[in-house]
Design a protein around this ligand. Sequence first.
Ligand code: PGD
Length: 763
Amino acid sequence: MSTVPHASHWGSFTAVREADGSVGVRPHPDDPDPSALLANLPVAATGRARVLRPHVRRGWWEDGAGPDERRGRDEFLAVGWDELLDRLAAEYRRVLDTDGPEAVFGGSYGWASAGRFHHAQSQLHRFLNCLGGATRSSGTYSHGTAEVLLPHVLGSLEALVSPTAWSVVEATTELVIAVGGLPAKNAQVASGGISRHEVAGRLRGARARGAEFVLVSPLRDDLAAELDADWYAVEPGTDTALLLAMSHVLVTEGLHDEEFLRTHCAGPEEFLASLRGGDDGVEKTPEWAAPLTGISAERIRALARRAAAGRTLVTLSWSVPRARFGEQPLWAAIAFAALLGQIGLPGGGFGHGYGSTGGVARRAGSLALPTLPQFGDPLRRRIPVARIADALLHPGEEYAVDGRTETYPRLRLVHWAGGNPFHHHQDLQRLQRAFRAADTVVVHEPFWTSTARHADVVLAATTTMERVDLGAARYDDRVIAMGRVHEPLGQARDDYAVLAALAQRLGVGERFTEGRTAQQWVEHLYEQWREGPAARAGIDAPPYAGFVAAGELVLPPEPTERVLLASFRADPQRHPLRTPSGRIELHSAVVAGFGYDDCPGHPVWREPEERPDAAFPLHLVANNPAGRLHSQLDHGATSQASKVAGREPLRMHPADVRARGLVAGQVVVVRSRRGSCLAGLVASADVREGVAQMSTGAWFDPVAGAAAGVTCGHGNVNVLTTDTGTSRLAQGCTGQHAAVEVSSFDGPVPRVTVFDQPVTSGA
Ligand code: PGD
């Protein structure tokens, strides 16, 4: 038996390798609340669903590159690394010579795995930068809307990345209004890894001190039951209406902080006028909001008054803006907090993403981390991350974003490493059409995900447990000496090794590798960090060998009393925000100047185009899963244990289950205007009536779906969602909601095939 320290997005751990080759996982001994997702990891070492050697799609290999309807349906050929990389290098040369670097899409969005050197996107971006750049993506699926809106309203992303520290909230907040909740499942993950999961303990501590909680969400379990929250079971997608009506109550009852508006805010007049109906003649009263939100006018009034009565923190989860007009709940929550006048005070104000990952509001993370140099992106050509299908389907077409008019490039070669668009993107049948429009799709993957199955060139990648690396994240207090747990399975290679071999063929090998092996790079990055940022911060880090022997380095504690916008509050003249006015922009002349009716100059209520109707009467909430991180290791033990009848579970209120004559535990079919999938039915009173909840991340299985006459036989919720931007401002992802109907599935239930090896033959 051997033990090796390692790190994952859901926690640091010790991997235990048994004599028979199997791998076990023990959580970090200092973790007070380790993640159940650790139990998903051992499946990666079994070879199940692994890409064990490089593959190529038969049609691409035999007929050459070009748009191809067979992509995603064709047979794969197992080929040798050298012959495949030779062909891929030739295809790169063709595309670059004909259309230039802009025709390569290397955005490659995704969470990949923890580890500073082997981070798949960093590797791919460095490689592409050596070649002259590529079209990349801007923003994230997580909080792409905030990334565009917050600079206009607050002048920075601070409210998103380091709001008031949890320690301050635990010690001082009297009322937490959690819009979108603070779901325990999401706080268990944090990009780059986390050694101690603390959110549940902080919330418990606040409650024990006497803090009260209000949950605004269609799902009761978006906040731990032990917090005894007052549940506002809001109709999905109507949080803006609720917040505007609460703002109206503050203003009409004189509960707002006029002084704070005058000294710290820009455009309060426009915002207050709009509450009075200045935009559309409709006053935003609680009576106006009640039928939209499903919350009575009395409860709306009561919540506004309660918020004004003490130290109140308004939190908005990252999920709420992931919907059509998603800018509005974010802006409205900031405006409501501004009216309360507590922004910049300990325990009050606003924060975005508390509980959305375990890292938010933890350390401020001012210490630079070991980082693979990128050489800079010479092309600087971006598309908003969630507009990838639009770009592939509409080359040359114009689109609006953040006040600019841009043109989609003609993308010919799509190169993806460390992401799973056939999990994360919306309207997956549209994404299939988009992928089929490319000339060549290259995917690095350890697993036969649906993205790998929609590629032409499948490069067998190692998993993190097959590599040596450095585990570090800005909000974590450890640097982990990630050791190799086991040898690579089959012929899998590190993304670095594959890209180095491709770079060699394209004449940029030396530039890409700088003559170092992967192990030399890991040591080099550590030593550079030790002698640079760590030494400057007074951290006495041992040389690499000592670091590896210790297994980890504990970083010194940071001050824990961080309060968002405290210095701005104390002196807005000396510490202005980086907005045009230097203040919180309740009305933005810049945004108003863009002339977007889908995102005007201040928070407004906009009715999404798709609402439940007679044909699709249920409001689907497509949130992040509890049993895995996104789609990662869906075949692992924890994820599999969460399935119902072998499908992704779909939860509905017992009354909705009864009304359809359904029975919990049965296989159902979920349909939207875009597609359909099978699901395993769960009845739960934690779900608001009229709502269906189904998490993302079940691997898309069109094969099993075709057998059943549906789009996906396994339960990938993104066959149901809409591929539309939030608005012309942010063009963010809108995957959180759709209108659906659920009915009994009475045909023979197909076997889930997506974890099997695909149809393959030797070349
Ligand atoms: P993951 O499942 O994490 O999903 O989307 P994302 O693409 O990040 O995909 C990572 C992939 O990288 C996995 O397939 C994994 O096997 C692979 N991988 C891991 N390590 C390595 C490696 O070292 N090398 C290589 N080559 N590959 C590796 C997540 C995205 O989904 C996000 S962040 C959010 S917040 C969105 N949320 C929603 C939502 O709320 N609702 C809907 N409907 N849709 C969403 N999609 C978004």
